[in-house]
Design a protein around this ligand. Structure first.
Ligand SMILES: Cc1cc2nc3c(=O)[nH]c(=O)nc-3n(C[C@H](O)[C@H](O)[C@H](O)COP(=O)(O)OP(=O)(O)OC[C@H]3O[C@@H](n4cnc5c(N)ncnc54)[C@H](O)[C@@H]3O)c2cc1C
Length: 444
């Protein structure tokens, strides 16, 4: 039999979820081809247009780092060698929550590195070391139906620049095309309608720029000033590779952070504390600011489609994207790659393709906790569009507000709060008696 009948998987998109899914499948497929519309080189880490969010703060929570390490052993050390920092929040991070400053006690770790270095490190570990090859400057334009229309049999491609069209057959296609994904439209063309996405939009805007990291280190390694419903403006400073700081300002609704130099600095000094602005005083900016506005939570429930073709899985932001302020997208992408690996384990390619629907359900399950956190928190803000919490939802919000107040000063509540925020534990962990007794003593 030809390889494409037995052992060829195609992954569309060479972002974090595409690379990790390809790596997970390389254990079972003879050949995995990652198709990417951008030009991707083996050279130094570079910005590319297909991942515009890379110029904004990207942290990888410890749950995601652990999943990454389990999937690609050794990658954590590579990242630290490339300049990534591992930081404990809040003990090593000045953090002003909506309720007040966190005390400097241990919470959860996260990895801070530029998105460009994260991706290039993953590419070096994944592409060409195994069965994975990368075809860059190839844009997928649709899915190929198999005879009988019950399966996907590959993808249609258009060469970037040249415009030459071609097809790439595969027994399994994984779509990881990120926030701009057109998967629902591709599926409809094959006669597979999917439900309209669930959407919660807090209308958050980001505006970010790079600074040279000052040599004299302060008492903290990173800083996060969160907004709250009264002052929905915030800012983050994280250290990244190249002895830089990446500084992101965040605002909701009419408080969108600007990009023009003077206005950007004025916004930085209008936050709930002057500490971030003071930290930037005298620090050398390396770039102008750039903005990002499309931050709505959006979940397309492919797993609920009435019919699903054999041989197709959708993952990463193409399946569900989150308000980025909670820092969950890449961790969920890593958990989804683990789910794909588990579903594929011990199975032949034909069986993996036949079980695409089960895999789609498994991948969708990885989304749930992050979705609950992001949409639950966003619902507190009056300008948020989406379903309003009912009576039970409001009780939940009140309880979580108390947990946050307790977490600000109490080490036990703080550890539980960050275990949930970092996706190390499920949200129910905040309901244990140890946490509940501390939370109910507090005023929301
Ligand atoms: C402003 C912002 C800040 C964020 N901060 C964080 C954070 O702190 N922590 C965190 O964990 N997550 C964060 N995220 C989320 C994170 O960026 C994503 O969840 C993560 O990148 C996984 O995305 P992905 O691989 O699914 O898609 P992407 O990274 O967007 O990659 C999609 C890839 O598919 C390619 N592509 C698209 N269409 C086609 C096509 N038709 N043919 C071929 N290739 C195609 C694109 O060029 C791109 O390379 C943030 C997101 C935003 C917007």
């Amino acid at each position: 039999m030809a390889v494409d009948e037995t052992g060829h998987a195609v992954v569309v998109g060479a972002g974090v979820s595409g690379l990790l899914a390809a790596h997970a499948l390389a254990r079972r497929f003879e050949q995995v081809t990652v198709v990417e519309r951008d030009a991707v080189t083996d050279g130094p880490a570079e910005f590319r247009a297909g991942v515009p969010q890379s110029r904004h703060v990207h942290i990888l929570w410890s749950r995601g780092l652990q999943a990454l390490e389990e999937l690609v052993p050794g990658v954590g050390a590579d990242l630290e060698a490339a300049g990534a920092a591992v930081i404990d929040a809040p003990s090593q991070m000045r953090w002003l929550s909506p309720a007040g400053w966190f005390a400097g006690v241990p919470g959860a770790r996260y990895l801070s590195v530029s998105r460009e270095v994260l991706e290039s490190t993953l590419r070096r570990r994944i592409v060409d070391r195994s069965a994975v090859t990368l075809m860059s400057r190839q844009e997928a334009t649709g899915l190929l139906p198999a005879p009988g229309d019950t399966a996907v049999s590959g993808v249609r491609l258009r060469e970037r620049g040249g415009g030459r069209e071609s097809t790439l057959p595969a027994s399994l296609v994984v779509v990881a095309t990120g926030r701009s994904s057109r998967t629902a439209e591709w599926l409809l063309r094959l006669g597979y309608p999917v439900p309209a996405p669930e959407r919660v939009d807090a209308h958050l805007g980001y505006s970010s720029r790079y600074y040279r990291r000052p040599v004299a280190g302060g008492p903290w390694r990173a800083m996060y000033l969160q907004g709250n419903p009264e002052v929905p403006r915030g800012g983050v400073i994280v250290p990244i590779d190249g002895d830089r700081w990446l500084v992101t300002l965040i605002g909701q609704g009419e408080h969108q952070p600007p990009v023009e130099e003077g206005a950007w600095l004025a916004f930085a000094s209008s936050l709930r504390s002057p500490e971030l602005s003071a930290a930037l005083d005298g620090a050398e900016p390396l770039t102008d600011a750039v903005a990002f506005r499309a931050t709505a939570n959006e979940w397309t429930h492919f797993e609920r489609a009435k019919r699903w073709p054999r041989g197709l899985v959708v993952t990463g932001d193409a399946l569900c994207r989150f308000n980025p302020v909670y820092g969950h997208g890449m961790t969920v992408a890593a958990l989804q790659a683990q789910a794909i690996a588990e579903q594929a384990a011990g199975r032949e390619p034909a069986e993996i393709a036949a079980r695409a629907r089960e895999t789609q359900r498994a991948v969708a399950r990885c989304v749930k906790a992050a979705w609950l956190i992001a949409t639950g928190e966003d619902a507190r803000y009056p300008g948020t569009d989406g379903p309003k919490p009912g009576r039970f939802g409001r009780l939940q919000q009140d309880y979580l507000a108390r947990v946050l107040v307790a977490a600000n000063t109490d080490p036990v509540a703080c550890e539980a709060f960050f275990a949930v925020l970092s996706l190390n534990r499920r949200p129910e962990a905040l309901l244990t008696p140890r946490v509940a007794v501390r939370a109910t003593r507090r005023r929301a």
